[in-house]
Ligand binder design. Structure first.
Ligand code: NDP
Ligand code: OXD
Length: 308
């Protein structure tokens, strides 16, 4: 019998227990899903950041740690973790992120705040069509690409940026520092869907924020550390950045006295852009258990050196 240890937090057990049992059975895996077991008997660990499990040394028999989150920055550097680590790519998560990104892009594209928050008047400022609105996507992974497809569905003029070159895409895709300048300098709205790594920390600093067109909007559902907070506040104050919609922060929950909290040009959402959904994610976990047992390559394996 395969032992699957659910170490993703007791508070998630109720939500995940039935979907995981069902998905493991569907995948044809005879597994015992448990919340506790002698470490040396554990075959797989279902994990989430904030788990009390921090020392993986005793889990010498474990074939993979299966993270329920897309982001792995809180586990990838754990020196005791020698087992393969998989991150989450979940259709439910992607769908949620797409809805979040589309909603906030359309809000700024149409200038909805003017009518929702402003005094009612009759100044007829007709927004351009989406085909005339340039949107940049930093990160062309599972989430960035899915969001781009949805933005293209509304005709937005998209461009993207990633670490590696991506030839053959049907939109301008850039990489490298020069590519970042190219994509930022054309983006009236920029969305950041990058992981937090040593390379992406403070990616949007004062210099690179300066590459954006005057009044550009930033939407960050990636990670707080991608943006230099102080530089963003200066750029917002000077009007060089028109608005920032931020879902993720260096410190979460965002402290009550943080300047982002009550800034008129900042929208704060409390890390709700997208959540892993138990039913769909359970199938991803079960498929990886099946693959590992069958000696097949794991899905969404994290490259530990790269950090994502
Ligand atoms: P992926 O790993 O699929 O994609 C990451 C993308 O970032 C890739 O395109 C990768 O480039 C690019 N990238 C990584 N490092 C660099 C770099 N140094 N320079 C340029 N590009 C880089 O991740 P996902 O799309 O699944 O998720 C992205 C992030 O979204 C997660 O890491 C997490 O932080 C965040 N997230 C936030 C949620 C929320 O609710 N707010 C929910 C879920 C995720 P390449 O393609 O070349 O490898
Ligand atoms: C994730 C997140 O990484 O929710 O999955 O931020």
């Amino acid at each position: 019998m395969t032992i699957v240890l659910f170490a993703a937090g007791a508070e998630r057990w109720q939500e995940y227990e039935a979907p995981l049992r069902a998905a493991l059975a569907e995948a044809g895996v005879a597994a015992d899903l448990v919340q506790g077991a002698p470490p040396e008997t554990v075959d797989f660990i279902v994990y989430a950041p904030g788990s009390p499990l921090q020392d993986f040394t005793p889990y010498g028999h474990c074939k993979a740690v299966l993270n329920l989150w897309a982001g792995v920055e809180r586990i990838v550097g754990n020196a005791t973790l020698t087992q393969p680590l998989c991150r989450m790519v979940d259709p439910g998560l992607s769908e949620g992120m797409t809805e979040y990104v589309l909603g906030h892009v359309v809000r700024h594209h149409l200038g909805m705040d003017r009518y929702i928050l402003g005094a009612p008047g009759w100044e007829q400022t007709v927004p351009p069509l989406a085909r005339e609105r340039r949107v940049g996507m930093l990160g062309l992974g599972a989430l960035g690409l899915t969001c781009i497809r949805a933005l293209q569905g509304l005709n937005f003029d998209v461009a993207g940026w990633s670490r590696t070159a991506k030839p053959g895409l049907d939109f301008p895709a850039f990489h490298g520092e020069a590519g970042l300048e190219a994509v930022l300098s054309r983006s009236e709205i920029v969305v950041t869907l990058l992981p937090r790594t040593a390379e992406t920390e403070n990616l949007l600093d004062a210099r690179r924020l300066g590459w954006l067109p005057h009044g550009a909007v930033i939407i960050n559902p990636g990670r707080g550390a991608l943006i230099d907070d102080a530089a963003l506040l200066v750029a917002l104050g000077a009007g060089r950045i028109g608005h920032a919609t931020l879902d993720v922060f260096r410190v979460e929950p965002l402290p009550h006295d943080h300047p982002f909290r009550h800034h008129p040009k900042v929208t704060v959402t409390p890390h709700i852009a997208a959540n892993t959904r138990a039913t769909t994610a359970a199938r991803v976990v079960a498929e990886n258990v099946r693959r590992a047992l069958a000696g097949e390559p794991l899905l969404y394996l994290v490259d530990r050196a790269r950090g994502y």
